[in-house]
Design a binder for this molecule. Sequence first.
Ligand code: PHE
Length: 335
Amino acid sequence: MSEHISQIKKEIESFAINTKDELEAFRLKFLSKKGEIPALFGKMKNIPPQERGSYGKLVNEVKQKAQHLFDSKKAELESDVNLNLSAKDDITLPAPEMSFGLQHPLSQTLDRIKNVFLRLGFSIANGPELEDDFHNFTALNFPPEHPARDMQDTFFIRKNPGNPAEDLVLRTHTSPVQIRLMKEQKPPVRAIMPGRVYRNESITAKSYCLFHQVEGLYVDKHVTLAELKDTLVMFIEMIYGEGVKYRIRPSFFPFTEPSLEMDVWWGDEKNGKWLEILGAGMVHPNVLKAVDIDPEEYSGFAFGMGVERIAMLFYGIDDIRLLYDNDLRFLKQFV
Ligand code: PHE
């Protein structure tokens, strides 16, 4: 009989337990109700009474051994560090490729623009995308009949069905943030205001119903047009490099006087064209008056640039819609 016990003891010691399946096989074979060890206890009644003591002791030892082995293997297999590998797992196979997120080209461009102006001493301000007529138009010196208020350009939001005069607008430019900023803060004011703007335009390779602008504003005593020009030239040289070809043209905006636009040459010497990247000018005295700043004492300049335009020029993207498709094959090119 004791030979049978030591046989089982040997089987327990040599049983391979490397997986949870093998652990379960071990339990079934030795410890479960129908396993070998309960069977050994079952034989107790056939043992002559004087030998039962030593028999019981032997079987108990075997049981403890099996239970101890089971418990420690179980803990090992369930611990985090154990990979639970089975024979068919090949740990030398290369792992599947991990894909990391990357910054959208528009965010990268916006970061570049912000960095330039932070270095030039500008701070950053924000305003709401849903604006009222006063901030988007009136305070910016748009006359009541100005074509920019036309239904074709502006998305109107009806706040009160009974009163169209209370209509709100999705801001058509970031210039209303100038008004909010100057109402909050007395000069000197020197900030850029990045954000999303909306225009009711048909969607083409060149235009989209929403896009991003960065507004700039500097108001203080004795701010001059020469400083505006200097700032803008410094900006495009820091973005596109010192050799960048640009031109500055007179233009018109209700909220600046004089007004100008800046174009950058896109393409090589022969096959290229001028691309408008920003509008700018000296803050109109009526705008300063609208926010209770005395135009006799203070002057300022403002500019507004299209982030999509600047990104398209920088990366050589020829269709604005690509920036909004979120096609990974396109986005992955901007690591
Ligand atoms: N707000 C103008 C636009 O959207 C740009 C601009 C900003 C022009 C500030 C002059 C000064 O076109």
